[in-house]
Ligand binder design. Sequence first.
Ligand code: ATP
Length: 338
Amino acid sequence: MTAIACTDLTRRFGTVCAVDSVSLQVGRGEFVALLGPSGCGKTTLLRLLAGFEHPDHGQIVIDGAVVAHPGASTPPERRRIGMVFQEHALFPHLDVADNIAYGMPRGGGRAARVRELLNLVGLPECARRMPHQLSGGQQQRVALARALAVQPAAILLDEPFSNLDAGLRAEMRTEVCDILRRAAATACFVTHDQEEALSIADTVAVMRHGRIEQIGSPHEVYTRPASREIARFIGEANLLRGEADGHVARCALGTLPLLSPIFGAVDVLVRPEAIDVRHDAAGVAIEQISFFGHDQLLRLRLADATILCARTLPRPDLRPGMRVALRVSDPVMAYAAD
Ligand code: ATP
C-alpha cells in the first residue's frame, strides 16, 4: 500500500525551479531519505508534502486522498502528516505531556495515548517536565512523540539530527529509527549526510537541481550510482580513465568486469574499499596514510601520476614510501568520459 504518491511535482520560486517534475512513491512502513547537496530542493519537496508550499504543477496523494494539485490544497493540519523539524519546535510554555497532546482530538483516550507515546519514546517519567528541562536528545524524542500522536499516515523529518553533536547524533539516529519502526510509521526524511541516508533508509532518493536523479536501496545507489556526480556525492570515489567494450573496462587498475554495459572512453568508478593492497617492490608508491582507528585511507600515486585512494583495515605493515600492488576483483561501474 502506498502512503504518499506524488506525481510530476513542480515548485518554482521566480526563476528558480526548486522542485522540478518530481514523482515519488512511499510505501506504508517505508523509510525514504531525500538526500542531496544544499539547495537541491529537498526541503521544498518535504514542505510540499506537508502542505506548507503549494505545487505549481503535479499532484500529491496521501493515504489515498488527493491533498494537492494546482488550484487546490488541503491545509497541513488535515493531511495526516506528522512533522519533526531540526530545532524540535516544542511549545516552551507547555509541559511534555501537553506538547504531545497538542494536536490530538479531545476525548477520553487522550491521557492513555500520551502515556503510551511517552513509553514508546522512553520518557515515561518526563510527562510534567518543561521543554527547557530536557536535553537535546530528549526534546527530539518528545517532538517525535508529538508527531506520532495524531496517528499520521507519514512522518516527515527535516534534517532531524543536524542540531545534535556527533556522538548524540549517531545515538539518536538509531533510537529514532527504532521508535519509528516500533510505531510501524512511514517516514520521509531530508538529509545532506550520505552516511545518515545510507544507514537508516530503506530507500534513498538522490536529488540534484530539483530533480530525483536516482532512487533505490542504499546498496543500489552506493554500488551502482547512476552518474559520476552521484558516485562522488554518495561516498569516496576513484574515477579512472579507461576504455570499455561492453563487458570489461581497461584502466590503470587492470581489466575490470563491468556491472552495466558501456562502450568507448569511460571513467571507471572504483571505491577505495574495493582495492586490495599487497606488498610489491615493483608496485605503486604509498604517498600518505590517514589512520582512523577502525580503518585507514592510503593515498597512492599511479605510474601515470593519477592519485588514487584505497581503504584498508588498520595495517601496521603499510607505511608511506612503500610500494604496493593494487587489485580490484569486484565488477565496477563506468560512465561515458566527458
Ligand atoms: P538545504 O540543504 O541547504 O536546506 P535544500 O536542498 O533543502 O537545501 P531548498 O531549501 O528546497 O533546498 O531550496 C531549493 C532552492 O529553492 C534553492 O535555490 C533555494 O534558494 C530556493 N528557495 C527555497 N525556498 C525559497 C523561497 N521561499 N523563496 C525563494 N527561493 C526559495
